[in-house]
Each structure stands twice: as structure tokens, then as C-alpha cells.
Design a protein around this ligand. Structure first.
Ligand code: PRT
Ligand code: ZN
Length: 295
């Protein structure tokens, strides 16, 4: 007898920089996970989904090989995996907007930068394939020294001359007398899906999960704006509203030539935006959070 798998399997980081944000995203997407401290898997109680809690480096392989249908992983880890031709490729379903960082070449603060300075030198990195790929595209011959952590210490320890490391605030580099000089890859976390065959209901469920996650991301960035304005100010107001296409415009009873405008702003609404709207003629401006959104 064959058993049909009816639950989606998603690989996520067990603990680390992506773990909490990933959990938060699932929670906001309405998925309740039964917490399972120390376990390798966790089960959603209100959606057919099981999580595999693993090291981030294993996530592309688990999804590529079809052991998991979906995964959440940093683009940096994914692109390194993809550069090995022996690996099965995966589809990127969505950029998730957290875990932002960049893979950068860094050199001692006292040095002047030119790509040619890397020629014949040793570069320490945890991303040897991405680093070699960039070097070869630049036509630079250099030795790549693979390290699995503390890359920023390599120049001081005499293990390498320069580094190619992930940077977010830049504090770690600075504390080690290094400065970022060139970006090899801009990264953030992404939702990936296997290319291995999935039963049709699972494809639909994966799509539903993706739609919910994208809805959560869009909601976080969006606000609902309501204002009143003279009709002749409409063109200016529409231009100022951040990321709002085709606002709803309605007449105001007893106020000829005045309208109410409602719009979803898909970008942050700052005080400066409200000041500009007011200067353009808008009055009674309300900015409201959006609880849920499905695009
Ligand atoms: O145990 P596991 O293998 O799962 O975890 P890990 O230790 O390999 O990964 P983790 O949790 O450190 O990072 C997971 C993912 O978070 C990475 O693959 C990136 O996609 C993303 N991310 C975002 C970062 C950073 N920001 C980051 N700043 N990953 C690492 N760093 C490190 C960087 O390597 C350097 O040591 O932080 C330091 C630099 O930070 P700043 O702020 O000083 O510039
Ligand atoms: Zn890792």
C-alpha cells in the first residue's frame, strides 16, 4: 500500500538570524505552529504544513532534492548552492523582505581600493563559489580561502589578505580594521520551491501559502489613506500619495467641487507626505493600518 503525502513540508532555519523572522511571517500568515523545542520537525495545527528545522546551509539541498516542498533561506546561501552544477535547482517563489545583507569584498581601512589589488592575493570567505565566480568574471586570479566563520579575523591572523563576507551594519568589519569596497551580491530571505513533482493539491497549497506570505509583506508596508480635497487638487494629491494607483474618488454631500479620496499606499507614509498632501489642498487626512490583504 502506498501512502500519499498530504502535508506540505517546509525547510526553515532551526535557530539563527532567519528563524524568528520566518516564524513571525508564518504566524502573521495565520499559521499556528505547535512549538517543539529541541525537535527536528514542527507541525502546523490549522494548515497542512510540517516544518523541518535545520541549518540554513541544508535548506537548498532539502528542497532541491524534493525532501521538502518549500524552504525559507537567504539568497546568499541559495546562490552559493546554485553555483555547484551537481545541485538540483529550485524555484524562487517570493522575496520575503527580511534578513537583508550583502556579500562584500572588504580590505584593510588603510588601503586604497582597486579590483586589480586582489590579483595573486588570498581572499577568505564562507562563499567560495560566489567569490570565485565574481573573480573569474572580473578576470582576477586570486586564491580563495574557505572559512566557516570568523572570516573577518582572517587578515589579522595572516590566513588571508582580504575577505569576502556578509555585511549588514558594517560594525563587524569596522571592529576588525576592514572596510567594504565592493558588493558581490545583495541578499534577503526568499521562499523557494522544489522542482520535483508535487501532487496537484500540494501545488495549490504551496501557492496559497505563498499568497498569504506575500499578503503579510504587502500589509506591513501598506497603509489605507482617506482624505478630503477640492477636485482641482486631485492630480497633485494622486502624485504625492506614495505607491497608490487609481484612488477611489467620491463626491462629498453638500460640498460642490470637493471629493473624498481613499487609497492604499504601498509605501511608507511619512509626516512629510502628510504635509505635502495638506499643502496640495487635502484636509481631514486619516492614515490607517491594514490588517489583512490578498493581492
Ligand atoms: O546554524 P546555521 O548554519 O543555520 O546558521 P548560520 O550561523 O550559518 O547563519 P546565521 O543565522 O548567522 O545567518 C542566517 C542568514 O541570515 C544568512 O545566511 C544571511 O542570509 C542572513 N544575514 C543577514 C546574515 C547577516 N545579516 C549578517 N550580518 N548572516 C550573517 N551575518 C554576519 C556576517 O557573516 C558577519 O559575521 O554578521 C556579521 C556582520 O554583521 P554586521 O552587522 O556587523 O555587518
Ligand atoms: Zn549556516
Amino acid at each position: 500500500m502506498t501512502t500519499t503525502i498530504t502535508r506540505l513540508r517546509m525547510a526553515v532555519q532551526k535557530s539563527g538570524r532567519l528563524a524568528d523572522a520566518g516564524d513571525g511571517l508564518l504566524a502573521k500568515a495565520g499559521i499556528k505552529i505547535r512549538s517543539a523545542k529541541g525537535q527536528l520537525t514542527a507541525r502546523a495545527t490549522n494548515f497542512p504544513l510540517d516544518l523541518m528545522l535545520v541549518r540554513d546551509d541544508d535548506i537548498p539541498t532539502l528542497v532541491g532534492d524534493g525532501v521538502c516542498d518549500l524552504g525559507i533561506v537567504g539568497l546568499n546561501v541559495l546562490e552559493e548552492y546554485r553555483l555547484d552544477p551537481a545541485n538540483e535547482d529550485v524555484d524562487v517563489l517570493a522575496r520575503l523582505g527580511f534578513g537583508g545583507c550583502a556579500l562584500k569584498i572588504a580590505i584593510p581601512v588603510v588601503d586604497d581600493w582597486s579590483p586589480a589589488m586582489l590579483e595573486g592575493k588570498r581572499i577568505a570567505t564562507s562563499y567560495p563559489l560566489l567569490t570565485r565566480d565574481w573573480l573569474s568574471r572580473e578576470g582576477i586570479e586570486a586564491e580563495v580561502v574557505t572559512m566557516h566563520g570568523a572570516v573577518e579575523l582572517a587578515p589579522r591572523l595572516g590566513i588571508a589578505d582580504y575577505v569576502c563576507d556578509l555585511v549588514s551594519t558594517g560594525q563587524t568589519l569596522e571592529a576588525n580594521g576592514l572596510k567594504p569596497v565592493h558588493t558581490i551580491l545583495e541578499s534577503e530571505s526568499v521562499l523557494i520551491r522544489t522542482r520535483a513533482a508535487m501532487a496537484p493539491p500540494m501545488v495549490d497549497r504551496a501557492e496559497a501559502l505563498k499568497t498569504r506570505m506575500l499578503g503579510v509583506i504587502a500589509t506591513a508596508e501598506s497603509k489605507y489613506i482617506v482624505l478630503n480635497a477640492p477636485e482641482e487638487a486631485l492630480a497633485d494629491i494622486t502624485r504625492i500619495l506614495p505607491g497608490a494607483e487609481a484612488p477611489t474618488v467620491m463626491p462629498l454631500m453638500g460640498m460642490d467641487g470637493h471629493v473624498a479620496v481613499q487609497a492604499v499606499a504601498r509605501e511608507s507614509v511619512f509626516w512629510e507626505t502628510l504635509e505635502a498632501l495638506k499643502a496640495a489642498g487635502a484636509r481631514d487626512i486619516l492614515v490607517m493600518p491594514i490588517e489583512k490583504m490578498m493581492l
